[in-house]
Design a protein around this ligand. Structure first.
Ligand SMILES: NC(=O)c1ccc[n+]([C@@H]2O[C@H](COP(=O)([O-])OP(=O)(O)OC[C@H]3O[C@@H](n4cnc5c(N)ncnc54)[C@H](O)[C@@H]3O)[C@@H](O)[C@H]2O)c1
Length: 269
């Protein structure tokens, strides 16, 4: 432990259960001395175990649907009250596609589902940023991070409309990152994480094959949720102050690998 986040305050979205990337991140932020409010959609909290995490990390929970501006306003106001000042870090770790949930192929998208998934997975990031920006809720050199996946750049057919949502999400980080940088000296980045065995991850068809393939393709192997938590801590820390408007691959080298020996061996007669 390095005390990297001592004295820093923030909000962590998206801890559902102990597999969640946000859960692991909350634990690591706590270890590094950061204080935070946990939040999730009210419906998710009824099924989730977030209370255990709150107890373990001495945090309060404020429910918020990340698509609802009133919920987000309430969250940001209360978080600053509870934590005793402006925020230094925010993690957006939210994703959901109704088309994926209902096993509707990409070529047959139901657009009501598409819009809902886009609102939850992509537009919610703009909404979070807008509420933080308008309330002047971030301290200078604060850091806002959202999680994404490489299907935004390359096609993974079963990732379905989440690919489009992630492309939009990454674009928001660049666009809002400009204004947050100029006006508030705040960083906005996305982390493009390896496939990870979580509730959201397992929603993707053929996920086991997907995860094993990525592992075999990555020189360092897949990045785990724990690895992602560590990386996120570094982005919340003062050691990365000039990193902004980036999509940062955190995938053991997968994104720059054309093919690996392990994969070639499988096809060699
Ligand atoms: N698991 C993977 O393979 C993987 C890979 C790359 C990126 N990601 C991204 O990481 C992030 C976290 O996902 P995870 O894998 O930890 O899965 P997860 O299922 O544990 O987390 C997703 C969270 O989104 C929350 N959520 C859904 N709708 C919401 C709403 N309306 N308002 C607020 N919260 C809402 C859920 O309650 C849940 O806590 C997502 O953005 C996901 O796309 C995951």
């Amino acid at each position: 432990m390095y005390n990297l986040l001592k004295g820093k305050r923030g909000i962590i979205f998206g801890a559902l259960d102990e597999n969640s990337i946000a859960w692991k991140t909350a634990e690591r932020v706590h270890e590094e001395g950061g204080k935070f409010v946990l939040t999730n959609a009210p419906v998710a909290m009824r099924m989730g175990q977030i209370k255990n995490l709150a107890e373990k990390t001495g945090s309060e929970i404020i429910p918020a649907d990340a698509t609802n501006m009133d919920d987000l306003q309430n969250l940001v106001t209360k978080a600053m009250e509870i934590l005793g000042g402006k925020l230094d870090f925010v993690l957006h770790s939210i994703g959901m596609s109704v088309n994926v949930r209902k096993n509707i192929p990409y070529t047959e998208s139901n657009y009501v589902n598409t819009e809902k998934g886009w609102d939850v997975s992509a537009l919610s990031f703009h909404k979070v940023c807008q509420v933080l920006y308008k309330n002047d809720a971030m301290n200078e050199w604060g850091s806002i991070v959202a999680l994404t996946y490489m299907a935004a750049q390359r096609t993974f057919p079963d990732y379905n409309d989440m690919a489009d949502n992630k492309a939009y999400l990454e674009s928001i980080a660049r666009s809002f990152g400009y204004f947050f940088g100029k006006d508030k000296k705040v960083r906005v980045n996305t982390i493009s994480q390896s496939p990870t065995a979580t509730t959201a991850g397992q929603g993707v068809k053929g996920f086991d094959g997907f995860i094993a393939y990525a592992d075999a393709m990555s020189p360092l192997g897949n990045a785990t949720a724990q690895d992602c938590a560590n990386y996120t801590v570094s982005l919340f820390s003062d050691l990365t102050r000039k990193v902004t408007m980036q999509n940062l691959f955190h995938d053991g080298g997968f994104s720059n690998t054309g093919v690996s020996n392990e994969v070639i061996e499988r096809f060699t007669k």
